[in-house]
Design a protein around this ligand. Structure first.
Ligand code: ZN
Length: 226
């Protein structure tokens, strides 16, 4: 009888330990979950692949970044590696009666600085103080070193206005760009993650595989890494 009782106590103790361990595990998971929801983490996202590199507010262009450029007929330049895909995409759009043009392709660090300086000047001309003008301009224009245009694999696409409207081009791109390896880089509602508000004209080459996944899941490039 005495031995049986002892055995019973041991089982109860063991069960208690198991239950406590299980509860602790659930608690840890809950804390981890809440923490990850509360903190929008912006880790440095490093990719070995040129087409998946991330440049944004929190991730500057690599210092040794260099790119071979191809000049378009309107004088804009893009990374030579994306040129065939861009051309293929534009040909497909034209075949469907939509006429896109690259309004902005590659930009140097100096050109990015000029754009920022011009924007600051516009606000100063409107009567803003120097510091307020700088603050406001930086909300709209990326700091040199943090613009995707410096990569050469991002393009601002508008319409050839003599043939169609910007809206038609944006709508066509939103539905078709992924087929050519391009993604809408700053989707609506993703500003917290991308650091940039919705831009229906800014497309970024990531390659067909990543573009398909990003398009199908309705995510942004930063989320693709998660
Ligand atoms: Zn852009």
């Amino acid at each position: 009888m005495a031995i049986k009782k002892k055995k019973g106590k041991w089982i109860v103790k063991l069960l208690k330990v198991v239950v406590i361990a299980y509860l602790l595990l659930i608690l840890c998971q809950l804390i981890g979950d809440v923490y990850s929801r509360l903190s929008v983490t912006h880790n440095i996202l490093v990719s070995e692949e040129w087409n998946l590199i991330i440049v944004n507010r929190w991730n500057e262009l690599p210092e040794d970044y260099s790119v071979e450029l191809t000049e378009l007929s309107n004088g804009q330049k893009v990374d030579s590696r994306i040129y065939p895909y861009l051309q293929e995409m534009f040909d497909a759009a034209r075949a469907e009666g939509v006429y896109p043009v690259v309004r902005e392709g590659y930009r140097t660090e100096e050109e990015q600085q000029e754009i920022l300086d011009e924007k600051i000047q516009i606000y100063i001309n409107q009567g803003y103080s120097q510091s307020r003008a700088e603050r406001t301009a930086k909300e709209w224009v990326a700091l040199p070193g943090t613009s995707e245009h410096q990569l050469g694999i991002a393009v601002d696409i508008n319409a050839d206005k003599s043939k169609c409207s910007n809206e038609e081009v944006y709508a066509w791109l939103a539905e078709n760009a992924y087929k050519y390896g391009f993604v809408l880089r700053y989707p609506m509602g993703k500003q917290e993650i991308t650091g940039t508000s919705y831009e229906p004209w800014h497309y970024r080459y990531v390659g067909e595989e990543a573009a398909l996944e990003i398009y199908e899941q309705g995510i942004c490039l930063e989320e693709y890494y998660e």
